[in-house]
Design a protein. Structure first.
Length: 473
């Protein structure tokens, strides 16, 4: 029942603590369950949408059993941030009730400040995670704030908490346009590192939309966070740790989106093609879901394997290798994006020696291009010279049973094009301070494409190409 005492629909999470059976059931409707002890949690919205209430309690099912979640028993959840971010913000308060045994029974919601309630419980089987979010009313500027805490050993009779900004980490984001454009949705997801903070995974969440390019700072509880951006394309990365009181800068949509990931490897006479993403953002290396393309493996002048794939499809082949020798893997990809977008076409060619009788990753390097001094739209000044760093990516598989062979770079050659590949201009690759760089002489306007061929000391070679890598305007 809601806070006016009226029956309302709610979904209830139900978990059998003996059999581990978990399901969601509908309120105000009979449901058949096996006899046993259950943990129940739910969130209730008022019929007039004037408040939200969360709660949890245990139920022993034997014969016909009835139980009631009554939002009128709810007590206010008041959470604020100190210092207060000030005017110009919309504040919401969130609350989640979770089973303290780390079972799947957890549920909660958020509501405007002053409209969040929790039903108290003395049962130590539950805990409460609560928090607050401040989002700027302006669609173009302003910081974002998330703060949270957890009460263990039962659900308290209401909350009145002031959380400190000093416990937050600042993630300063510069979201560029070019490889992606338009309205983007930004996602910040938290990952619990211990069982004691697992309930806060739901409370610690931030999503909002901004027009690209854009800059903002997200102030988040210390811990591990994953950042994602979803516009015309979707990019994300793994979790990274951010400490309280620190500021970390992160550039999204940095030129150039090009091939990245783990190199292929042999596994019991098969070649696993690895996790190469043809359009990886330099900062958020997973995504590029709008790509289509093809892959082809050759040996001794014969094609052993070929596959074309559409947008969002996986490359799932594991061709059998006929024997030890030299192989070449060709990959190319295209993205269907609005006119004017950057990093629209990319290709990768890997020539390598492989022994199918051994479980090991192939040698070779993937070039990641990093142009310096571009603006927020990934543009260089007309007639300028752009320095481009060539990152030599050779990421291991993460599997200790697959050997990563030692390797080093022997030579690097590079080219750039200003006419979409009709003409390629050679440019010297220089090594200084452990980093390879090239100089690109920009035209008066247009687009620049980049290509690099890396040869290692064992004779393996790779060629990475990205068209429309950055703009000149």
């Amino acid at each position: 029942m809601d806070r006016a005492g009226k029956p309302v629909y709610a979904q209830v999470a139900v978990y059998n603590t003996k059999t581990n059976d978990f399901r969601f059931i509908d309120s105000n409707k009979a449901t058949s369950l096996p006899a046993g002890s259950y943990e129940l949690v739910t969130s209730i919205r008022d019929a007039q949408d004037e408040g939200a209430t969360v709660g949890g309690h245990n139920v022993t099912v034997s014969g016909t059993t009835k139980t009631t979640f009554d939002a009128r028993q709810g007590r206010a959840v008041k959470v604020s941030l100190s210092p207060n971010p000030g005017s110009g913000y919309d504040q919401t308060v969130s609350a989640y009730v979770c089973a303290s045994d780390n079972g799947p029974a957890n549920m909660g919601t958020s509501a405007p400040a002053g409209e969040m309630y929790v039903i108290p419980s003395s049962s130590k089987a539950y805990e409460l995670s609560y928090g607050t979010t401040y989002q700027p009313r302006s669609a173009t500027g302003g910081d974002f704030w998330v703060a949270s805490a957890t009460h263990t050993g039962g659900v308290p009779s209401g909350v009145s908490a002031t959380l400190k900004q000093s416990g937050l980490a600042a993630l300063k984001v510069s979201a560029r346009s070019g490889p992606d454009s338009g309205q983007a949705r930004f996602m910040f997801d938290y990952q619990a590192t211990t069982s004691t903070d697992s309930c806060s995974m739901s409370t610690n969440s931030l999503q909002f939309q901004r027009e690209l390019p854009n800059s903002f700072t997200a102030h988040l509880p210390a811990g591990q966070w994953q950042v994602g951006q979803d516009a015309n394309d979707f990019i994300f990365d793994g979790f990274h740790s951010y400490a309280a009181g620190t500021t970390t800068s992160l550039t999204l949509g940095h030129a150039v989106w090009g091939p990245g990931g783990r190199l292929p490897y042999t596994w019991y006479k098969q070649l696993y093609l690895g996790s190469i993403n043809m359009f990886a953002d330099p900062a958020l290396s997973a995504g590029g879901t709008l790509a289509s393309g093809s892959v082809r493996l050759t040996h001794a002048g014969k094609t052993l394997y070929s596959q074309s794939y559409g947008r969002g499809q996986e490359i799932d082949g594991q061709p059998v290798l006929p024997g030890a020798g030299w192989y070449t893997l060709y990959e190319n990809g295209r993205r269907s994006l609005p006119s004017g977008s950057l990093s629209t076409t990319a290709s990768l060619s890997l020539t390598f020696y492989a022994d199918p009788g051994k479980n090991q990753q192939i040698r070779d390097y993937i070039t990641r291009f990093w142009p310096y001094a571009l603006n927020s739209r990934n543009q260089a000044a007309p007639g300028s010279t752009t320095t481009v760093a060539l990152g030599m990516q050779r990421t291991g598989t993460g599997d200790g049973t697959i050997q990563q062979l030692s390797d080093s770079v022997k030579s690097v050659r590079a080219w750039y094009t200003t006419d979409n590949g009709t003409t390629w201009h050679a440019t010297a690759a220089k090594l200084s301070g452990g980093r390879w760089t090239i100089a690109v002489h920009n035209p008066s306007s247009g687009r620049v494409g980049l290509r690099s061929t890396v040869t290692d000391t064992h004779g393996d070679s790779s060629t990475t190409t990205v068209y429309n890598a950055y703009a000149v305007s």
